[in-house]
Design a protein around this ligand. Structure first.
Ligand SMILES: Cc1cc2nc3c(=O)[nH]c(=O)nc-3n(C[C@H](O)[C@H](O)[C@H](O)COP(=O)(O)O)c2cc1C
Length: 358
């Protein structure tokens, strides 16, 4: 097998079949740049960046990434504020705050903005090779703007219906996000968790049903898993949790310690930290309130109420109130440089058969 094998979708070509998953809250451009320079696709999560941060991160990526890179946005519908529900949430969290000698914070406040024309004004200057979306796609005029400056568009699907919908809107590739995946479920056509498929079911069904290339995500933690998803028809593997212990990631100390402890073997979907289901390592709050609770305000309004608790607990060295996002194979993550992690993941692909490009 040669090292000049190429992977990709549309007319993008990459020497390895790896996309480092965008991971809001645990990384910035440093990880994306290191991955891009290691021959994979590095991703910048932008959902939690303000305009100044976005400009500065894009400048860094644009000037330092030698390979392909991707910028990622959330496209959730902003929630209708519900004062009664937010008060209930505040009251639910109040005893935990009191245990730290504090009052719960006032309700409200959003930490995540959906992609918009104002954000597109900033991104347009940099013309990223790839733009990816989570929770669906932006409105057609906004999507058209992104395509008009030449970026390839990819987005997560968690069901066959979502894959078909994304294909209809003209995406360049669909990311099959299996139920094993860490972080937020990208689900957007239904909020029924019983519709969610594991990757070994979702991937072949999407490959069979769709005409566009399919990228596999969820539980991919080593070279064998990469080779397996390529065998099942994926054009590339999008890998998140395996990068959580990368030197270039900003993963917190409590999160790193949890990942390296037996606790990481038990993950669950929870809506407590943001209002939308996301997979994280089971912790005290998830055990005591949920992990899924109707009390949590709609995404992303649940976040503000949790911030103080998280800070107080982390100051005492525990992750009882932290979103410890990780996939079901997050327990297999190894510490190392992004280049070492990427090389380890890509090794499996390079010893497999050449893939047909999408
Ligand atoms: C800590 C963390 C944060 C994440 N944040 C995002 C995000 O901002 N945008 C996004 O599209 N996906 C996000 N995801 C989901 C990933 O895109 C991907 O689906 C997932 O990491 C794949 O599963 P794995 O973690 O088992 O590799 C996140 C995942 C993790 C673990």
């Amino acid at each position: 097998m040669t090292n000049d094998m190429q992977f990709g979708f549309s007319d993008l070509r990459c020497p390895t079949p790896i996309i480092q998953a965008p991971m809001a809250g645990v990384q910035a451009s440093a990880l994306a740049i290191a991955v891009s320079n290691a021959g994979a696709i590095g991703s910048l999560p932008c959902a939690m960046l303000n305009k100044e941060q976005l400009v500065s991160e894009l400048k860094l990526l644009n000037s330092h990434a030698k390979g392909l890179w991707n910028v990622n946005f959330f496209v959730h519908k902003p929630p209708t504020p519900d004062a009664a529900r937010e008060l209930d949430w505040r009251n639910t969290l109040a005893p935990y705050y009191r245990a730290f000698g504090q009052d719960p914070p006032p309700a409200g406040g959003s930490s995540r903005e959906p992609f918009s024309h104002a954000i597109a004004d900033v991104v347009q200057t940099f013309k990223p090779p790839i733009v990816s979306f989570h929770f669906g796609l932006p409105a057609p005029d906004l999507l058209q703007r992104v395509r008009s400056w030449g970026s390839k568009v990819i987005a997560s699907a968690t069901t066959i219906e979502e894959g078909l919908w994304l294909q209809e809107q003209g995406v360049d590739a669909v990311i099959a996000q299996g139920l094993e995946a860490g972080g937020h479920r990208g689900m957007f056509l239904s909020d029924d968790l019983s519709t969610q498929l594991g990757l070994i079911a979702l991937l072949p069904q999407l490959v069979k049903t769709l005409q566009v290339p399919v990228i596999a995500a969820g539980g991919i933690s080593d070279a064998n898993a990469v080779r397996s998803v390529l065998t099942l028809g994926a054009c590339m593997a999008q890998v998140g949790s395996a990068y959580l212990l990368a030197h270039e990631a900003t993963t917190s100390t409590v999160h790193r310690l949890a990942l390296q402890s037996p606790a990481a073997r038990h993950t669950a979907l929870t809506n407590l930290f943001t209002g939308r289901p996301a997979r994280g390592i089971m912790n005290r709050l998830m055990k005591e309130l949920g992990p899924i609770s109707e009390l949590a305000p709609a995404f992303p309004l649940a976040t503000a109420g949790m911030m103080g608790l998280r800070t107080f607990a982390e100051q005492q060295g525990n992750g009882d109130f932290s979103p410890l996002w990780a996939g079901q194979n997050g327990c297999l993550a190894k510490a190392g440089s992004a280049a070492e992690i990427t090389a380890g993941l890509a090794q499996g692909a390079l010893s497999g058969q050449p893939r047909q490009l999408g």
